[in-house]
Unconditional design. Structure first.
Lengths: 538, 204, 358
């Protein structure tokens, strides 16, 4: 008996839509019950994302779940026709990450989640007029002008509860009156960009952190809805600018899947090489900035040497240092530079030596060990519940590398190890990235001599149109799972393009793992999670 | 009388772009006239100021990473004396606005600018800071920072290469050189007008 | 070895020949004050340049090289800039204390600066408890830092100042104990006396094991005392933006900046005095010819040279190690350095009593 029949047994009112990922259409009132069943009885313990949707006649959410044991995916959809006060049940009690994901949906669509403990806006100001991702959003800048007036601050948070069939709003406080609250950010060297932590301190000990996001929220998802598919690609460079190739890869794969085409093998090999090169560059920069956060400034300069070399290789082929825009639908924008293979081989030769040097300079240092070991421990279950993927999740013993769990492109043919540690502390997260550099080097070594000849781009129509439908694609970015959800109504523009970025999860877990640690540990823990702020805010 | 050619070490005057603008500043300076002692002191002070521009560590997105590269060994902004990046706006001289400024960030950004100690300068770095760049049509992005603070130098690019950033800061340094520190005729006055026209809105 | 007291005597006699006694003293005080100020500021500027160059060398960069030959004028440009920067006054602060703090810091470092043995006969303050006086005045600096953090009315500065207070009070102990260890060996607290005692070999050689332990502890504690990495918690950039001087601008910030570098010089100068013979040239007993050659090098060069080399080690620390956390910092002091230091003191006493030193 397959899962569909089982669920149909429990929920006769559910309808099913088969596809790559099974989608269950469930009435709103059964949403929580179904979610609980899926988690407890079918083992779907990882909430990948909640996609808010506006189908003009109704508002709703699509939940993507993953079973971390057998790697299967499932999705379910719930909608409400009420546009004035749309409300759905919260799943925040089942998955901890849902608190933030539901706040995001509330921010964009105005859907209230009943029983969510923290129903504030996430990215936009308290006084923001309208819900921007709704199709009837009024974009008139007069309503929400750019001002120099300080944003209104409020310590209040809201919990909506159903009492006697009616929705009741309860007001709660984020911080208590006698909390000593220190504002860290948005302009602070430790936050790696414009993230803001409101930190309640007891001496040097952290009592609570309230993460404020949205200081670089650029509305990419909304922008994409008014752009043609090839035009949406260039935003991928500017989310997590270190995983530019990986994110491009993800969106291209999703569109290619929808169109039913496949990139030529040459393009696939080059894409993978580029992905791994950017992974090396990204991890190098992580090591450097992390050490700088800890006060060892010199490491930054050593790691940037390797990064500069990679950027040179990229620049020769892609024509830019950071925003490459290299992968395109059906393949690549251009062929590789004639010296590409030679340059990459030079890089591969020095990389292991450099990693050894970093280890010598930093990893074994007694101060480093004291600062990192046992600090900011994230348990395996919490990692799944918060959806912490990438090297940080793998440091908690969760083998979540998409390249292994849901292989795409030519990854199934490649031999490499998934680096997993079980300590879950900052040191494990740091070492994981060190080791992943080596794995990436191994992957490139397998490919660099075997780049097949042939076309670098498939034949694609001049105007790219997707049939009606929806597609979901996940790839492994440098910081974790990156997912693209596209819903199309036909035509050359997406109806909804949702980007599932790993850094949102990483930032939301900060409060959980820093509690009880020193304020200095906030920097080591936040740094070891390695979030990129534009990737959080999109 | 020949126009004074304002340039920096090992950079021929002809290689600069926008020389007309600097020349107009020099002309303005000359027209206003000054006595020899104040003039020489001005020159000395401006030599110091133009060679010691300390940036504020401020970055919102991609351009910030190129700013990090600018500090690294390959581009090494320390050569010019710009490496003392201060985290406290009180101690910085100029602000390199590297990245998009969105609605939520705008008040914070303006406050940072107000916290900088005079004399202060702003470089709009990258297309987002100049005009909103690729995100111009977004509902949550400021369409250029010129509506928020007065800008001295624009560095185009998405993100600009570190070389472009070096050139931008050198242009700023050149501009500082032709300022009149005592009396402050050219730049400061404009800024006063600007700030009067763009007041910080009070909280209701 | 040329004795600079001949020069100072000559100036004194010259002034006394046409001035009354009180005026001579006044003029001499002013002259010395001006001289000290000049040396102070020049050394501070040199140190800023020096650190930038060393750090550039460590980080495979070039460092300042545009302003003036080899970038030598860079620091002067910085100084001009700093002098004319706006001094921001902040609302809701204690304005008097806010303005006082940087002066306290700079006065403290100036006073300890005056104690250093500059050369043979070049000694500004010379009394029999010289080294004691030095410890006393150098502790005033922490007061300035605490005031700065408190009066800024800012949470970051307050945390920075409190960290600094905890750190400096703790590490003062180690500094004091390692100095006492060396005083034990020298048998005097007078600074010229300590230097004279090292005529036949620097203490680091003659005092062997306990002296080397004392030197290592002194170097660690001295680094902490100057708030430099890996002990730069009070101004930990990634945590507290700029620490206790976050709210200071212009020359007030400049004072903190200069004092930081000068304290580095003072700490290395005291290390040179206690362990490397102050201005005493490198002598090997018995090698008369060699000793004579060494004597040709003027004593101030010996002293400043030693201090600069020791500073290079401290700068090297800063650009290599990551930062400690506040509890680890205090653990290091109270659980390791202090007990080791006390045992070391006993060891040194034994060495002196049984005449085990060279």
């Amino acid at each position: 008996m397959n899962i569909q029949e089982k669920i149909a047994g429990f929920f006769p009112e559910a309808s099913f839509e088969e596809g790559e990922i099974l989608r269950i259409d469930i009435p709103a009132e059964k949403l929580h019950e179904l979610a609980q069943k899926l988690r407890d009885e079918f083992g779907y313990d990882y909430l990948v994302t909640i996609v808010g949707m506006d189908w003009t006649d109704s508002l709703g959410c699509i939940y993507y779940l993953m079973n971390t044991a057998d790697k299967s995916q499932i999705s379910f959809k719930a909608a409400t026709a009420d546009r004035e006060h749309p409300a759905l049940d919260s799943v925040a009690d089942l998955w901890k990450i849902a608190v933030i994901l539901e706040r995001e949906v509330y921010d964009f669509f105005g859907i209230i989640f009943v029983n969510n403990p923290d129903m504030r806006r996430l990215f936009l100001n308290i006084d923001w007029v309208g819900y921007p991702l709704r199709k009837d959003y009024d974009e008139n800048p007069e309503l929400n002008p750019v001002t120099t007036e300080s944003e209104r601050q409020s310590d209040e948070t809201y919990v909506w509860k159903r009492e006697d069939g009616k929705l009741v709003k309860h007001v709660e406080r984020v911080f208590q009156d006698d909390d000593f609250v220190v504002n860290i950010g948005p302009q602070h060297p430790a936050t790696h960009g414009v993230l803001r932590f409101r930190t309640a301190l007891d001496g040097e000990i952290i009592k609570k952190i309230d993460v404020y996001m949205g200081y670089i929220h650029r509305g990419v998802e909304k922008l994409c809805e008014n752009l043609q598919y090839p035009q949406t690609l260039h935003f991928m460079d500017r989310l997590d600018y270190f995983s530019a190739h990986n994110y491009h890869h993800g969106l291209c794969l999703c569109i290619e899947k929808a169109m039913g085409i496949e990139a030529p093998r040459r393009a696939q090999v080059i894409r993978v090489i580029m992905d791994e090169l950017s992974r090396i560059a990204s991890h190098c920069l992580f090591i450097g900035t992390y050490c700088m956060d800890l006060g060892a400034t010199t490491m930054l300069f050593y790691t940037l040497r390797v990064r500069e070399q990679i950027l040179d290789i990229m620049e020769r082929t892609c024509g830019a240092r950071m925003t490459f825009n290299y992968s395109c639908i059906g393949g690549l924008m251009a062929d590789i530079h004639p010296d590409f293979v030679k340059d990459v081989k030079e890089l591969l030769a020095i990389c292991p030596k450099n990693v050894a040097e970093y280890n010598k300079l930093f990893t074994g240092n007694v101060i480093t060990k004291g600062r990192l070991e046992g600090v900011g421990v994230l348990t395996h279950d919490d990692a799944i519940s918060y959806g912490i993927t990438g090297p940080s999740g793998r440091a908690s013993g969760w083998a979540c590398d998409v390249r292994k769990t849901h292989p795409y492109s030519i990854y199934p043919e490649l031999k490499f190890e998934q680096v997993v540690r079980t300590e879950g502390d900052s040191m494990a997260r740091f070492k994981n990235r060190m080791d992943e550099i080596q794995q990436s080097v191994d992957i490139i070594n397998q490919l660099i001599d075997n780049i097949p000849e042939g076309e670098y781009c498939a034949k694609v129509p001049k105007i790219i149109k997707l049939p009606e439908g929806h597609w979901f694609q996940i790839v492994e970015g440098c910081r974790g799972l990156f997912g693209v959800y596209i819903e199309s109504k036909g035509g050359n523009q997406p109806y909804r393009l949702k980007l599932v970025t790993p850094c949102l999860n990483l930032a939301s877990v900060v409060d959980h793992i820093t509690r009880g640690d020193k304020i200095a540990d906030l920097i080591t823990i936040g740094g070891s999670l390695d979030y990129i702020v534009p990737d959080i805010d999109r | 009388m020949e126009m004074k050619k304002v340039t920096t070490k090992s950079m021929p005057y002809e290689d600069w772009k926008d020389n007309e603008y600097i020349e107009s500043l020099v002309q303005e300076l000359r027209d206003s006239g000054t006595n020899i002692i104040v003039g020489s002191l001005d020159t000395l002070i401006n030599w110091g100021r133009s060679n010691s521009l300390w940036p504020l560590t401020f970055a919102t997105s991609c351009c910030g990473i190129e700013f990090v590269s600018l500090g690294a060994a390959r581009f090494d902004m320390a050569r010019f004396g710009w490496e003392v990046a201060r985290s406290s706006p009180r101690q910085a001289d100029f602000m390199m606005v590297a990245g998009t400024i969105v609605n939520r960030m705008a008040p914070v950004f303006r406050r940072l600018y107000d916290q900088l100690a005079e004399p202060k300068y702003v470089i709009a770095c990258g297309s987002c800071a100049i005009s909103g760049g690729p995100f111009r049509k977004s509902y949550h992005v400021a369409k250029g920072i010129e509506d928020l603070v007065p800008v001295d130098v624009f560095v185009p690019g998405c993100p600009p290469r570190p070389e472009a950033m070096i050139y931008g800061i050198m242009q700023l340094s050149r501009k500082v050189k032709v300022e009149k520190f005592f009396g402050g005729v050219n730049r400061q006055e404009n800024r006063k007008e600007y700030l009067a026209a763009h007041p910080v809105e009070e909280n209701k | 070895m040329f004795n600079f007291s001949i020069v100072t005597e000559w100036i004194h006699n010259l002034l006394a020949s046409f001035m009354p006694g009180w005026l001579t003293t006044t003029v001499e005080c002013v002259l010395i004050g001006v001289g000290l100020l000049l040396v102070y500021s020049l050394l501070a500027l040199f140190y800023i340049y020096y650190e930038r160059k060393i750090c550039a060398f460590i980080q495979c960069r070039l460092g300042p090289n545009r302003v003036g030959p080899m970038g030598l004028l860079q620091v002067f440009a910085d100084m001009f800039k700093m002098l004319i920067k706006e001094l921001i006054t902040i609302n809701n602060t204690d304005k008097f204390l806010f303005a006082l703090a940087p002066y306290l810091v700079i006065i403290a470092s100036m006073l300890s600066f005056a104690c250093l043995p500059w050369g043979n006969g070049l000694q500004v303050i010379n009394f029999n408890i010289g080294i004691f006086f030095l410890i006393a005045v150098s502790s005033i600096g922490v007061l300035g830092i605490l005031l700065a953090g408190w009066s800024s009315n800012n949470k970051y500065t307050l945390i920075g100042a409190m960290r600094s207070g905890a750190q400096m009070v703790s590490y003062e102990l180690s500094i004091g104990l390692s100095i006492i260890t060396m005083v034990c060996l020298a048998g005097t607290m007078s600074i010229p006396g300590i230097v004279e005692a090292q005529e036949n070999g620097w203490f680091i050689f003659t005092g062997h094991i306990p002296a080397i332990i004392a030197f290592i502890i002194y170097l660690i504690a001295g680094t902490a005392e100057t708030n430099r990495g890996p002990f730069d918690l009070p101004e930990a950039e990634s945590e507290l933006t700029a620490g206790y001087h976050t709210e200071y601008s212009g020359i007030h910030f400049g004072f903190f900046y200069l004092a930081e570098y000068l304290n580095l010089f003072i700490v290395s100068g005291v290390a040179a005095l206690l362990f490397f013979g102050g201005w005493m040239p490198f002598h090997v007993p018995g090698w008369e010819g060699f000793n004579d050659i060494m004597n040709y090098i003027p004593s101030p060069i010996w002293f400043i040279g030693k201090a600069i080399i020791i500073s290079a080690i401290i700068i090297w620390f800063k650009w290599t190690f990551p930062r400690l956390r506040i509890d680890q910092l205090l653990t290091l002091e109270w659980k390791y350095l202090l007990p080791i230091n006390l045992v070391n003191l006993v060891l040194m006493v034994l060495v002196v009593v049984y005449n085990l030193h060279f």
